[in-house]
Design a protein around this ligand. Structure first.
Ligand code: HDD
Length: 755
């Protein structure tokens, strides 16, 4: 509870919501060194000056992040009121003419309540409908004033508040979290020079090169229009029909079929700005830049069988994980790194940096870390914050600029446009979660739901009646880079692309060849799964024909899985002389390349507690996990007290029925536990956790049970994540902690799974 309190010091009303000290607070998870919001607020006022008036803070500093406080509502100890603030005497009974008489039209309390309810829903996002948000801050760790005048990067130690929304793309608002899909990674920086939205994904490339194709892509992947199936899945004909006809999507398909499409946690995904942007310094000199978010916890994913099962048992798996990490103080963190390069370098690359289906291999342009993001506060209200937040790729600030990436161009239009419908008019920038921390000054007026009250009679410029205000900022304002002439072939109107855009396979190959053998197997299995759901043979064959341009080995594996005996001829190439790629294998593209800091923070372990369990060991294990920031949950045959072997009681807070084994990162079965071994759920626990290559600890008599349940041929001696030990041994706990913080070892896997 103390840890909870520390983690929640940022929100004084939270303990009340959970009922202070009444035991209803979510179970304490981790400790953290990240500052609480209170500490952050005081750090901000020291570092940034505590200017809450909304006027510009001193140069190089931020206002505080407390601007949302003016709209936060705490109803504890308050009487209920109408929206007009009139106290409501009775919230149960409609006003009627006599107890059995008709309802009266004058009942404004009833009518207001029903009318508001009737209008409660807004359209969901056309893509990325399902998302989870969190507040946090960015801390600059290296000032790069020589490269950009962008506010967050002007001073080492400078803090910029931000809001992040992670999302799946294809599924509807209520769909499952663990769909095989790209994840949105959208960050809104509330800088002291206005809002900057870095609206990226957890994959560094995209399916298409031109925004003209975006509606087609989305129509293809969304549920098919005649019967609205399947939900939150790309495994259907229309998606594969489209992408098999669009060879430019092949590189992205490699990423999407990899385990990156089923992240273990939002906190263990990389994020990417995808497009090439520009940094611009105070002298107006531009440097090309790509943005990367690197999770401090490392990159970790699920396996497909696990993702499928989780989607049934806990469709909110990633959302819950994010919420609990933050609530328990295991704050997710990412380093922000940039690839910086010049136009001349870009010209020499074998690919075009304006093509969003291409990465710049880190071997060509290394990453430079310039700051760290920490997410340390859950939203107070999902709708007000996570649903109403409106990201827009066009929201950039001085020190940044666009490039002529044709995908980016369409995005600059689309985001603002879509919010007009979704949020009902042009004033959505005034919704608190969207409002910048600097005061807005312009002559735009009116529109639905206007909040600001602009004073004076002048709403035009130039004017003399208001002393010329608000005035143009000139070079102090946002200035587009003048020399943005990337169209070297001239400026005559065309609908065409540069030659390098026509090469579609080299980087798909680069990605595939840079994976570990297990990851390559997962990619092949993902293609097999997805294409096996397509009912039209020609679609499956065309996709295999396209894969032949990436790797005959991959095409063969997929074809075998689809019963295609003879490989179709490779799809014709769009370019006769594809340029030779600079890098053919990269150290950085496998999920194993960035295992993280080995910390177990945010991980979840099932500690099985049946009658007769070795309670001392169970408690010791839980304590050790807690110290590392992980949660050890006691899982019994039912929730509530369980009689341990030593006569004490252990309180199980989960059951084998309500929390299946695949929801956990590891399974611990202490000695004792007699009754549980006759619970079929536990057999499935062991099999699933084993099959998904996660650690299992079995102590004393549990060893025999586990070895009996494991599939034939399971290696019980060399498998480091299978920890079988004597009762009373101390080593098992340390061994588990080491395995938990490391990437999974896939050597247990076989395809199909062993019996
Ligand atoms: Fe997009 C939402 C990311 C291409 C049009 N997109 C959306 C979100 C993310 C991305 C993270 C969710 C934002 C949130 O959480 O509210 N989109 C990307 C990336 C792309 C990309 C990384 C390629 C590099 N998007 C893209 C194109 C277009 C759009 C080419 C249209 C021309 N995207 C939209 C949208 C959405 C959106 C329709 C739906 C809801 C919203 O904007 O606010 O406008």
């Amino acid at each position: 509870t103390q840890q909870m309190a520390a983690a929640m010091a940022d929100n004084p009303t939270k303990p009340l919501e959970y009922g202070e000290d009444n035991g209803l607070a979510p179970s304490a998870g981790a400790t953290s060194e990240a500052p609480s919001r209170a500490a952050l607020a005081s750090a901000l006022s020291e570092v940034n000056g505590s200017d809450k008036t909304g006027s510009r803070a001193p140069e190089g500093h931020n206002n505080t992040i407390d601007t949302l406080d003016r709209v936060r509502v705490d109803s504890s100890d308050q009487p209920m009121t109408t929206n007009q603030g009139v106290r409501i005497s009775d919230n149960q009974n409609t006003l009627s003419a006599g107890v059995r008489g008709p309802a009266l039209l004058e009942d404004f309390v009833l009518r207001e309540k029903l009318t508001h309810f009737d209008h409660e829903r807004i359209p969901e996002r056309v893509v990325h409908a399902r998302g989870s948000g969190a507040h946090g801050y960015f801390e600059c760790t290296e000032a790069i004033t020589d490269i950009t005048s962008a506010a967050p990067f002007q001073e080492k130690g400078k803090i910029t508040p931000l809001f992040v929304r992670f999302s799946t793309v294809a599924g509807e608002r209520g769909s499952k979290d663990t769909a095989r899909d790209v994840r949105g990674f959208a960050v809104k920086f509330y800088t002291d020079a206005g809002n900057w939205d870095l609206v990226g994904n957890n994959m560094p490339v995209f399916f298409i090169q031109d925004a003209m194709k975006f509606p087609d892509l989305v129509h293809a992947v969304k549920p098919e229009p005649h019967h609205q199936m399947p939900q939150a899945a790309s495994a259907h004909d229309t998606f594969w029909d489209f992408v098999s006809l669009m060879p430019e999507s092949t590189h992205m398909l490699m990423w999407q079929m990899s385990d990156r499409a089923i992240p273990r946690s939002f906190a263990t995904m990389q994020g990417f700005g995808v497009h090439t942007f520009r940094f611009v310094n105070a002298e107006g000199q531009a440097t090309l830049v790509k943005f990367h978010w690197l999770p401090v916890a490392g990159t970790h994913s699920l396996v497909w069988d696990e993702a499928v099962k989780i989607s049934g048992a806990d469709p909110d798996f990633n959302r819950r994980d994010l919420w609990e990490r933050i609530d328990s103080g295991a704050y997710p963190q990412w380093d922000l790194a940039v690839q910086l390069f010049t136009e001349e370098q870009a010209d020499a690359f074998s690919f075009d940096v304006l093509d969003s289906t291409k990465i710049i291999p880190e071997e060509l342009v290394p990453l430079r870390t310039i700051g760290r993001m920490t997410l340390n506060r859950n939203p107070d209200n999902f709708f007000s914050e996570t649903e109403q937040v409106a990201f827009c790729i066009a929201n950039i600030i001085p020190g940044l600029d666009f490039t002529n990436d044709p995908l980016l161009a369409g995005r600059i239009h689309s985001y603002f446009d879509t919010q007009l419908l979704r949020l009902g008019g042009p004033n959505f920038h005034e919704i608190p979660i969207n409002a910048p921390i600097v005061q807005v000054h312009n002559n735009q007026r009116d529109g639905f739901h206007r909040q600001a009250i602009f004073r004076g009679r002048v709403a035009y410029e130039p004017n003399s009646l208001a002393g010329g205000c608000p005035f143009q900022a000139g070079m102090q304002g946002f200035v587009s880079v003048a020399a943005r002439n990337e169209s070297r072939e001239g400026t005559a109107k065309v609908r065409a692309k540069p030659e390098k855009f026509a090469e579609h396979y080299a980087q798909a190959r680069l990605f595939l060849d840079s994976q570990t053998p297990a990851e390559q197997d997962h990619i092949a299995a993902a293609f097999r799964f997805e294409l096996s759901k397509c009912t039209v043979p020609a679609v499956r064959e065309r996709m295999v024909a396209s894969l032949r341009n990436v790797s005959d080995d991959l095409a063969r594996k997929v074809a075998d899985g689809l019963g295609i005996k003879e490989l179709p001829a490779p799809m014709p190439l769009a370019t006769r002389q594809p340029p030779e790629p600079e890098v053919k294998r990269s150290k950085f593209l496998s999920l194993m390349a960035r295992p993280g800091d080995g910390s177990i923070a945010g991980r979840k372990v099932a500690i099985v507690v049946g009658p007769g369990v070795d309670g001392a060991f169970a408690r010791q294990m839980q304590q050790a996990l807690l110290e590392g920031g992980a949660v050890g949950r006691f899982v019994g045959m039912h929730i509530g007290p369980v009689d341990a072997g030593d006569g004490s009681a252990i309180d199980a807070d989960a059951s084998t029925e309500n929390s299946p084994g695949f929801l956990f990162d590891a399974l611990v079965i202490p000695d004792g536990n007699d009754g549980l071994k006759r619970d079929g759920h536990l057999w499935e626990f062991v099999r699933d956790v084993y099959r998904h290559c996660k650690p299992i600890v079995a102590i004393g008599d549990a060893r025999e049970f586990v070895t009996r349940v494991l599939p034939d041929g399971a290696d019980t001696r060399k498998d480091k994540a299978l920890i079988l030990d004597e009762r009373g041994s101390q080593g098992a706990i340390d061994q588990l902690i080491q395995c938990l913080g490391a990437p999974r070892d896939f050597s247990r896997e076989s395809d199909p799974p062993r019996v």
